[in-house]
Design a protein around this ligand. Structure first.
Ligand SMILES: [Zn+2]
Length: 163
């Protein structure tokens, strides 16, 4: 949805409100419009104490992720994005973290990091990724998103605490 808009999509009357902060209110009908927030989904796959990361076209590394599509269930979206980007079919076995992403001010999102377990497939970068690779916790490359970094830091602390 283009945001902010000046006229009510329901009746065409001008809307008022502090766009992007509060909902926009229609002056004629009871409609209120909230700026949509995207939902990002990521899958953390750890095997042999290594985490799978992907390198994006822009050069940064991240935990394989993507956006929820309209009508899609969140865990299904996570499995789909992971399959598209890594070639691997996973089952979702838990939720590792939920965070608000503020690194793209024009596209705010809520991210859900799921834990996955590999079922099948052959590891191969696809979609937005040009490389996929497992990393030990001491050789993690430069990470693009600060929220991914927090997920990784927490994983590193948990590895440290059991060794
Ligand atoms: Zn209206």
């Amino acid at each position: 949805m283009l945001w902010p808009f000046r006229f009510c999509p329901a009746c065409g009357t001008p809307v008022h409100g502090e766009a992007g902060v509060a909902p926009l209110n229609c002056e004629a009908c009871p409609e209120r419009f909230f700026r949509p927030v995207s939902v990002g989904v990521a899958v953390v796959l750890i095997e042999n104490r290594q985490m799978l990361l992907g390198r994006r076209r822009d050069g940064g590394w991240c935990i394989p992720c993507g956006y929820l599509e309209w009508g899609e269930e969140v865990a299904s979206a996570a499995r789909r994005e992971f399959r598209e980007e890594t070639g691997l079919e996973v089952e979702i076995v838990g939720i590792r973290q939920v965070q608000s992403n503020f690194h793209r001010p024009e596209d705010l999102s809520v991210g859900i990091w799921f834990d996955g377990r590999r079922l099948s497939g052959e590891l191969q970068a696809g979609d937005d990724l040009v490389a996929v690779q497992f990393f030990d916790c001491w050789e993690i490359p430069e990470i693009l998103f600060p929220t991914d970094r927090r997920v990784i830091d927490e994983w590193i602390r948990s590895v440290d605490s059991i060794t």
